[in-house]
Design a protein. Sequence first.
Length: 541
Amino acid sequence: MASGGATAPGVTHLAAKVELTISCENLLDMDVFSKSDPLCALYINTSGSQWYEYGRTEMILNCLNPKFAKKFVIDYYFEMVQKMKFCVYDIDNNTYDLGDDDFLGELECTLGQIVSSKQITRSLLLKDKRPAGRGTITICAEEITDNRVAEFEVAGRRMDKKYLWWSDPFLEFYKQTETGWQLAHRTEVVYNNLNPIWRPFRLSLRSLCGGDVEKPIKVDCYDHRVNGSHDLIGSFKTTLAELQVGTHISPVEFECINPKKLKKKNYKNSGVICVKRCQVLKEYTFLDYVMGGCQINFTIAIDFTGSNGDPNSPDSLHYINPDGYNEYLAAIWAVGNVIQDYDSNKMFPVFGFGAKIPPTWQVSHEFPINFNPANPFCAGIDGVVQAYQQCLPQLKLWGPTNFSPIINHAACFARQALRQNTASQYYVLLIITDGVITDMDQTRTAIVEASRMPMSIIIVGVGKADFSAMEFLDSDDQLLRSPNGDVAARDIVQFVPFRNFQGNSVALAQSVLAELPDQLASFFNCYKLKPPTISGVSEPS
């Protein structure tokens, strides 16, 4: 999913929302035996010299001319200079930190420059401002004025064999623009299958056809190759009007034609793409929901495992210095101060995990930090801080680091809200932790189940530990799977390492909460739940 929703701090003017599409050409080849595996990260500067990461595209394997499917949605303020930096990296490992990946170049500009030109192409520069070879980056901007989406169910039949007796097909949908075809969506790969069924997906009409049902759409079907040289199976052109004809009983079918095979005698096609459903729906925005009465319920979970160190030692992550500061408190303040504006009663349940608690001194992975199971709520962020400070001396930090109990606890409330079949309640679980998860399989299962509920999980990693497990859960490139193969309905986890934001609580909050608006809106739209009706709020037409 694309990052979006963070607004400039202190700005209350109405903003236009714009969608940015990124592509690159002639990137530096940093890999010895293959091509670079590029990803583009967007950084934004809202105050002085401090940059914060706004979001990332997907990573594309073995490609020097990537077209990124993931887009950035951002608020554009005409009266502000919004500095942006697009940094391209060759991803060499599974860590979240981009500092250990090869740098392929960057472009620094303002959002105003992009919006005023609609599309810019610039040379990528290295850190010393030298050109990054012949590498260029192209950024297209489009204002979001149409909130309609199309829901697709698509399958293939008798696709050409590209390797012995199988193919690994995937689809790419392209929108026609003044400068050529622009990638709108890329499906997942269905491996070893000549009759693939792709997962249902949603695509904005803006991205697909600019809202014009008669505008040409191009669909390419490729056989996936690990080295990046995907082999074209076939293509066809259509329109949204034609796509909408398809039903489960009578799918609309398109022949995939491979231009290289047209000269062959008796050539018919390279397979058939069947559109079983293409339904256009109105999509409500995050603001539609929160202004329409949707409440965001915020739960905090704090890691009290022994790996944090003795709270009485200055080396401990739980040590509160004379200024009343530690990384746990900083994360609570930064995120809580933003999200409490969306919670009407500002009463937050706060739980700890991984400690031995009085009076039995049994290890607990789900205890209220005020030690009142009947009423685990703290009044406002000030109340959370006070309860944290009071409970610390009463605990014995222990272990292991189990996430699943607290995730399942929060999911119980989200499940009850879902049964009401309204968009009145959404749940956010903030987990602040120092390191490695010990119940990974159970945690994966819990997250996959929670992905079907009105719930998001934010993980803030404090300290200097290896956070590769957290990065695995924040599955931006592909949906998370449980150990039994069950696939998450959507991406609900956002992981952010605190060390990237030392001393900048605004940037931390913006990065942590960047994906939340889209997660909330996409969940309720997927379940076709409208914003609660309140006086003075009109539905989009």
